[in-house]
Design a protein around this ligand. Structure first.
Ligand SMILES: [Zn+2]
Length: 379
């Protein structure tokens, strides 16, 4: 049985950040792109084969990404113009010492470590010490939200009425989400509902931002309880809180990245390129895509071996000899040109130093292009 008793019906509504994408082989990229789109977004209603294929990919990838909440994570827009509680999430107002004295101070916090996620609630005034494990897959945002919900539940259990209550959280994003006039996250909606219920007991509730790890005893205690929660195994099947879309998208991206790496490693061809790129390299790809076309042609030529050096020209029947034009001692390959040829050693030392591997040469494209353009062998 699920330990959350049906609470926390949703994840955060924060939009997923797009991961930097390495240009992937077309079949992997197409599959990855399809899996990010819900099957209801029909590219062509007439093409049922395409639609069914897309649905199958979507279902399969949800399984592999362990995303068990395929639908219903988001809620329809809710107008939250009327709030019975106050929110103080600006730095100027977010001091640990409130302007007006409050009867009860309650500190909440969320924590995510390698072991898991958890939330903590601490109040000396109300004698609250809650440490709740939230499983492996929840986000910090979700943990912070659940912390506030648990704080409200604890206040209700203690039947607090006609009091001034200050809830202190170090999550600006949760406070901003609560402050927004509209929301689409069920978890934030639940937060709002619990806070409203506390206010309806004739309590004056303020929820305020506090700087994390700022030496506040209450915040430190809540942090400690949250860490304790994150280190404790959660009871019941995962996910304890339905997974956010951002998490699901991230899992899918990771899956396709692994697929791309495996495809590259197992590929029988591209021997020379693999000497430079042992695995797909997002950073190098981004730099190459920003490089002017003329220079990009030379760099790709050197990486693939398909260039105007004698070895390749001889392979395709343009020159009679594959031998090096400078030393005539070895075949004029990329490796000979960039690493071995004694006759161009002066220029190599000037631009590249004394590299031992092609990978080392390609670690600085600017000096590599300087060397190539000085010699002009790839013009
Ligand atoms: Zn040579």
């Amino acid at each position: 049985m699920c330990s959350n008793n049906g609470m926390y019906e949703n994840y955060s509504d924060r939009s997923a950040r797009n991961n930097a994408r390495t240009p992937t082989p077309t079949h992997i990229y197409t599959k990855g792109s399809c899996s990010h789109s819900p099957p209801t977004e029909r590219p062509n209603p007439m093409d049922k084969t395409q639609l069914n294929a897309q649905k199958n990919i979507w279902r399969h990838d949800l399984k592999t990404a362990d995303a068990r909440s395929a639908s219903g994570q988001t809620t329809q827009n809710h107008d939250l113009l009327q709030k019975l509680y106050n929110i103080a999430n600006r730095r100027s107002k977010g001091r640990t010492t409130p302007n007006k004295p409050k009867n009860f101070h309650i500190f909440t916090d969320g924590s995510k470590t390698k072991e898991g996620t958890g939330c903590g609630v601490f109040s000396e005034d109300l004698n609250i010490h809650i440490s709740k494990p939230l499983g492996e897959h929840s986000t910090v945002f979700q943990a912070e939200c659940v912390g506030i919900i648990e704080a409200c539940n604890a206040i209700k259990r203690r039947q607090v009425k006609h009091e001034n209550i200050l809830i202190l959280s170090d999550s600006k994003s949760v406070l901003q989400a609560l402050d927004s006039p509209k929301l689409t996250s069920k978890l934030i909606l639940e937060c709002h509902q619990r806070l409203t219920e506390v206010c309806e007991e004739d309590n004056k509730v303020t929820i305020q931002w506090i700087k994390g790890h700022s030496g506040s005893r209450g915040n430190d205690a809540a942090d400690e309880l949250a860490r304790e929660g994150s280190a404790t195994p959660a009871y019941g099947p995962e996910p304890i809180i339905p997974l956010p879309v951002s998490y699901r998208k991230n899992q899918l991206s990771q899956n396709y990245k692994q697929l791309h790496n495996k495809y590259w490693v197992e590929l029988d061809t591209c021997r020379q390129t693999k000497e430079i790129l042992a695995e797909p390299n997002t950073k190098l790809t981004k730099i190459l895509l920003r490089t002017p076309r003329k220079q990009l042609r030379k760099l790709v030529g050197l990486m693939t071996g398909h260039n105007t050096l004698n070895k390749h020209l001889n392979n395709i029947g343009i020159t009679d000899s594959p031998m090096c034009r400078a030393c005539m001692e070895a075949e004029e390959t990329t490796k000979h040109f960039l690493l071995e040829c004694k006759q161009v050693e002066v220029y190599r030392n000037k631009y590249l130093g004394t590299p031992n591997t092609l990978k080392e040469v390609f670690s600085n494209l600017k000096t590599l292009l300087g060397f190539v353009e000085e010699l002009g062998w790839l013009e």
